[in-house]
Design a protein around this ligand. Sequence first.
Ligand code: GUN
Ligand code: FE
Length: 437
Amino acid sequence: TQSTTVYRASILHFLDDPDKAGEDAYEFFEDGALVVENGKVITTGNFSELEKTLAENVEQVDYRGHLLMPGMIDTHIHFPQVEVIASYGEQLLDWLNNYTFPAERQFEDKEYASKIANFFLDELLKCGTTTALVFGTVHKQSVEAFFEASEKRNTRMICGKVMMNRNAPDFLCDDVESSYTDSRELIERWHANGRQLYAVTPRFAITSTPEQLEKAGQLLEEYPGVYMQTHISENKDEVAFVQELFPQAKDYLDVYDQYKLLGERSVFAHGIHLTPREHQRFRETGSSVSFCPTSNLFLGSGLLDIAELEKEQVAYSVATDVGGGTSFSMLQTLNEAYKVCQLRGNKLSPLKSLYLATLGNARTLKLDDKIGSFKAGNEADFIVIDFNATPLMALKQSKCKTLAEKLFAMIVLGDDRTVKATYVAGQALHLRDSGGN
Ligand code: GUN
Ligand code: FE
């Protein structure tokens, strides 16, 4: 039996990058409809036109006065760092040693890992994020716990076991062989099983020996279609330490390049302090940078220049990087991205921001044939935005004239309170209490 539901609301989704395609980059239906059947998008358009094409008894859900858009995507976040968020006073390397490594130790305990994985996914859904590229810890069971929690919700998630075998406390180190076999077992068990996908996850060049990075490359070769996620050029002390550990490498990216970790499914968090040669290798290999504004500000790492990435044709996406990042909300993240751009002399328009958080991020993850827009056949992951979620937001909205103005104010003032509902594969997984702030 087919179950069809029509959601009536204002609808916004993207077909392309607004900086490239202008007005043709998006569809906006003031009185729109999204037709969903068995967890998939059938079509979207003007309500009055679509209404005629539908059977009379079709279930209708009325979200008039709200904005329906694709679920947001976060391309870099650490689920075991939920409790590390808002830890005072350090930059990257000390922050890792003093706060992050001790917190990650607890994920040895599968029960604890499950508790946090469930909390984490509920928090993402509350914020309107339906897909994320996620770090686990070094412990295989952390990723088991995560995928079990995601499978229960039917969310499309990408996760991987951290590979790290040096320059970290013993309790957080694996070894070359176990990092390989644990990753392999997780791939066999989870990758492309339902909506779960795997990412080979060497933490960063500092915490892996050359032998371990080689194993990471071997995994990518043995399992085409799996992702690769790591960190790069976030902090100047980090970059210097990598040069010391790999004196023969041309630069930081060259370390990963030598072990065949670059490619279209390779996502490098931060990339703030890259050289022109590194940009060229990003471009040539189709690798992407993940821009993490709240984290880069919080850890004092620096201001990423996305205009330079655009000029160099380096693919990039936007991400929270919780627990270095300070919010689970992609709206808050876009708000901070706008400010980073201001300090860099760049502009980040509201349409470009929302494109990035949806279709743009889906494209860098090679998932735009499944999520990120309301293209027919896509998975029905979507959110309902309340422009008037708080008195201040309502006041500001009443003064906005254009769609762009409304979207911009929604992004800057928005957070989890702005997300009225989150649907995953056609199922409502989060419904905000009405009237709650
Ligand atoms: N570099 C290596 N590990 C980490 C991490 O956990 N967070 C951030 N922000 N950078 C890293
Ligand atoms: Fe990170």
